[in-house]
Ligand binder design. Structure first.
Ligand SMILES: [Zn+2]
Length: 386
């Protein structure tokens, strides 16, 4: 389960008490018949809260269960996510899916509206490789940055409702880009297409639900064919298209995959920017602590200059608990990318950010926390500069 910040600000409400009671009941249930009752009650209450915009009760219940009953927390989080991405009725099931693409560029990575012809071409690739035979798909006609994705369960549910309606009407959803927030600029980032898949009730959703399909074959075909279409939308970027999946599952997968992708991109980016081989890049990785280990950060320098010119963060996900394993993964990925000099610090670095721009500080070889800075003649590139 993805880690999330704690939200509790208010006194627990009656709704959050009932959510907790239902989630604990579901966890202790002894049969699928009893499960179905708990789940029915839970999903009705979750739906009421999502429609009423009362996200606080959901977050309060999650926060309390996170501390007291991790299994019930997982059950409740699953049910809330289902309430945000799944819609049933009129003899059909509708699922919001995300199509993540990892990208890096020395220039900026676009966010943009997508013309109908592009959506039709993407639709053909989805039908060809990713979706089951009877599925229909409606897109949101925009390539989103993480900053532009819905924030919180209420917003996610609101966008999902628009997508469900578009799918029911057999149309794509027009996204008004004027209402979207600005995107921060990073060397390496994720872009998302969002869509709604509609299938007749009880029918398969994805190609890998069919006897002759598999996730591996779908991923390979989508990465190549879908990736080629996405490449046309993201000029000047190096891409890796990930397998489309249910909204939250795809989002978590992208969060996980983006870490290794960012490290490898950093090596490629610095080689291009400084016109040097990867063997001239030096990397220093260190664990960063607040109360607990929060993330790893990797600082990069080039040639003989000790200045930290670029940095990559490796946020912790709950499954990654072993500090030594993360260090080994970071080192292996950088070595694969041709970086020979990878130093792992065992210093507990403080989780510090720049006071002016909020950019994370990165480790240098002496175990100091440093603001990344490019040489003066290169400062027109996307990085945290001021
Ligand atoms: Zn700064």
């Amino acid at each position: 389960m993805k880690r999330r910040p704690l939200h509790t600000r208010h006194r627990p409400s009656r709704d959050s008490d009932r959510l907790i009671w239902l989630a604990q009941g579901l966890t202790d249930s002894g049969s699928r018949l009893e499960d179905a009752w708990w789940e029915g009650e839970l999903s009705a209450l979750i739906e009421k809260l999502l429609r009423g915009g009362d996200e606080d009760a959901l977050n309060q219940a999650l926060d309390r269960l996170h501390e007291t009953n991790p299994r019930a927390y997982d059950e409740l989080a699953d049910m809330i996510e289902a309430g945000c991405e799944i819609n049933r009725g009129d003899g059909v099931g509708r699922l919001v899916i995300a199509l993540p693409v990892l990208a890096w560029s020395r220039y900026s990575i676009a966010t943009r509206s997508l013309p109908a012809a592009t959506l039709d071409a993407l639709r053909a690739q989805l039908h060809g490789h990713v979706l089951a035979a009877g599925a229909k798909v409606a897109f949101a006609d925009y390539l989103f940055s993480p900053d532009q994705m819905p924030q919180g369960y209420g917003d996610t549910h609101a966008l999902a409702e628009d997508l469900w309606q578009a799918a029911a009407a057999g149309k794509d959803l027009k996204v008004d880009a004027r209402h979207l927030p600005e995107s921060q600029s990073f060397v390496s980032d994720v872009r998302y297409l969002l869509a709604c898949v509609e299938v007749p009730a009880g029918q398969p959703v994805f190609r890998w639900n069919e006897p002759d399909g598999s996730r591996e074959a779908a991923e390979l075909a989508w990465t190549n064919q879908g990736g080629a279409l996405l490449q046309g939308l993201l000029t000047g970027c190096t891409l890796q298209a990930l397998l489309p999946d249910a909204y939250f599952a795809a989002w978590r997968k992208a969060d996980r995959e983006t870490r290794g992708f960012a490290l490898k991109s950093a090596a490629a980016y610095l080689q291009t920017l400084f016109s040097i081989p990867a063997s001239h890049i030096h990397a220093v990785a260190a664990p960063y602590f607040d109360r607990f280990l929060e993330e790893w950060r990797v600082g990069f320098s080039v040639g003989d200059d000790p200045q930290v010119v670029h940095g990559v963060t490796w946020p912790l996900m709950e499954q990654d608990e072993e500090q030594a394993d993360i260090a080994a993964q970071i080192e292996a990925l950088l070595k694969e990318a041709g970086v020979i000099d990878v130093r792992i610090l065992d210093t507990r670095m403080p989780l510090e950010y720049c006071d002016d721009c909020g950019a994370p500080l990165f480790p240098n070889a002496d175990g100091e926390n440093i603001h990344t800075e490019l040489p003066e003649d290169m400062q027109d590139t996307p990085a945290h500069l001021h």
